[in-house]
Design a protein around this ligand. Structure first.
Ligand SMILES: [Zn+2]
Length: 148
């Protein structure tokens, strides 16, 4: 295994298990055969050698949506935003967990995305509340008219 793979990682075990197959022969790959790890924030892409067919396969350790949004990175940034933690706090958490500290990348690239999603949800929530309030007012007016 590549020495650069030391430390802890946040992985989606189900996704990793699904992805641990050789792209050519479909045999299960061996984590001891990692030749390279590319860290994208806290998301890892492992390059693993298949000894059966001598092919290298790239393995994502968690789900990736829209080609470049990692569930690991999005989850960490969302957690940091909810808890009020900034880059320094997130770096300390990752350092204590012996995980590669990459919060600068995370915060820079994901805060805008997560912030937009949270803003959109807040707007949708306000709209739902306004609709609900309007329906209650109409219901109460009808009830009031019936009582008169
Ligand atoms: Zn193979």
């Amino acid at each position: 295994m590549n020495d650069n793979c030391d430390g802890l990682r946040i992985v989606n075990l189900k996704e990793l298990g699904t992805n641990m197959k050789c792209k050519k022969c479909k045999r299960v790959l061996d984590l001891q055969k990692v030749s390279k790890e590319r860290l994208i924030g806290c998301h890892s892409v492992l390059t693993i050698h298949c000894e059966s067919c001598d092919v290298f396969t790239q393995v994502n350790t968690a789900k990736v949506v829209n080609k470049d949004i990692s569930e690991v990175n999005a989850g960490l940034v969302l957690g940091a935003m909810h808890s009020g933690a900034g880059q320094t706090s997130l770096d300390k958490i990752l350092a204590c967990a012996n995980a590669p500290p990459k919060s600068n990348y995370l915060l820079k690239n994901y805060e805008k995305l997560i912030g937009k999603i949270m803003e959109d949800e807040a707007k949708a929530s306000c709209q739902r509340a306004a609709i609900e309030e309007r329906e209650l007012v109409i219901k109460n007016i009808k009830k009031l008219i019936q009582e008169l």
